[in-house]
Design a protein around this ligand. Structure first.
Ligand SMILES: *Cc1c(COP(=O)(O)O)cnc(C)c1O
Length: 371
């Protein structure tokens, strides 16, 4: 039996009748940009996350850009972000004209390392982007006090962690702005691109509403330059259906992660490191990422030969990307843990709909490789 890394049909097809009905409703409404479905989806997202305001955005990448624009981040500013993340975190900063300054991450929980962040502060530092990587919350108490102490804005990159919590609060609702993605592989996976920003601040909410639609308010009057960062009404309508199941999706991922952790613990050690989960946070397992020092590529070949999907998230940290090679020295230096992780990590299937036989197959393949 082959086990794919992700099977979107296993999640979407059980909802087929409902999704078709929703498509038909939107088709007949003739309303495809903004409007009722968009507002309804935003309200439901805000309620699900316990956020005061939520705004749907064209993608997770655009959500980061809108967040940074709302905070007036631009040329001359520096923004701290982890080197070990998906490219969009860093690319969005760069595209505002600001300079991304890459910080190292901690090896156990994969979150941004605040000691590294501290060493990279300059008078130009305006904001920090903690990335809740793989579905796990960054230590937001430490993050919040660090940001306060140094007068920094906080944009949480929650693309991989919709529904994750930190001490009972949803990731994305603790910093100034939370930025989410509905890319099909994320925990709330859409039917194309989509994203969301959340904030507790009414002023930022108003500003981001305008930025999403060319900075326009009222109609054809532009006091600021925004863009077309709108998410389709159809996408919002379809995702309302899936949002009702987000609890099950998170629970399924958690069950699968717990299965691996329980079964593989006896063979874990220095050469095979299982992911750790904080006790005070709800991990939603967008990825189950193990570390295999020295033998990672060999394991990838082994799993692939057995028909088991796996992927390396991510093989090249941001401070090693060609497009960033001209950034200032302090942005690119001293990220040894990011280098290490890039050489050691591999993610295995953990999506909610995996059945027991598939979990057993993945675990057995890992056991056979390691023994
Ligand atoms: C997926 C992702 C994004 C970007 O989201 P898109 O919707 O694909 O634009 C941003 N940051 C992280 C950490 C991601 O994993």
């Amino acid at each position: 039996m082959s086990v794919p890394l992700l099977d979107v049909n296993a999640q979407n097809l059980p909802l087929e009748a409902e999704l078709k009905q929703v498509f038909e409703n939107v088709l007949r409404s003739g309303r495809f940009i903004l409007g009722e479905e968009v507002e309804a989806f935003e309200k439901e997202c805000a309620a699900a996350l316990g956020a005061k305001h939520a705004i749907s955005i064209s993608s997770g990448t655009d959500a980061l850009i809108v967040a940074l624009m709302a905070l007036d981040i631009g040329p001359g500013d520096e923004v701290l972000c982890p080197s070990f993340t998906f490219f969009a975190t860093a690319g969005s900063v760069f595209r505002t004209g600001a300079t991304p300054v890459f910080c190292d991450v901690e090896p156990e929980f994969f979150g941004i390392d605040l000691a590294s962040a501290k060493s990279k502060l300059t008078p130009k530092t305006k904001a920090i982007i903690p990335v809740h990587l793989y579905g796990q919350a960054v230590d937001m108490d430490a993050m919040t006090s660090f940001a306060k102490e140094h007068g920094l804005k906080v944009v949480e990159d929650v693309a991989q962690s919709f529904g994750a919590t930190y001490r009972g609060r949803a990731c994305g609702t603790i910093g100034d702005i939370g930025s989410y993605s509905f890319f099909p592989s994320k925990n709330l996976g859409g039917f194309g691109d989509g994203g969301l920003v959340t904030t507790e601040c009414s002023e930022l909410h108003e500003k981001m509403l305008r930025l999403r639609n060319h900075g326009m308010h009222p109609r054809y009057h532009h006091s600021m330059v925004g863009g077309n960062f709108r998410m389709d009404a159809l996408q919002c309508a379809l995702l309302q259906v899936k949002l009702r199941h987000i609890g099950e999706y998170s629970a399924g991922r958690t069950r699968n992660a717990n299965y691996y952790t329980h079964r593989l613990s006896p063979i874990a050690g220095d050469s095979f490191i299982l992911p750790a989960a904080h006790e005070h946070a709800r991990h939603v397992w967008n990825q189950y990422t193990i570390r295999v020092p020295g033998r990672r590529d060999e394991l990838k070949t082994h799993l692939t030969a057995k028909g088991i999907g796996c992927e390396i998230y991510y093989p090249v940290p941001m401070h090693r990307q060609e497009c960033f090679e001209k950034l200032p020295e302090h942005s690119l230096s001293n990220c040894p843990v990011s280098d290490l992780l890039a050489a050691e990590v591999i993610s295995i299937p953990v999506y909610a709909e995996l059945v027991d036989a598939q979990l057993d197959e993945v675990a057995a393949a890992l056991e056979s490789f390691l023994s």
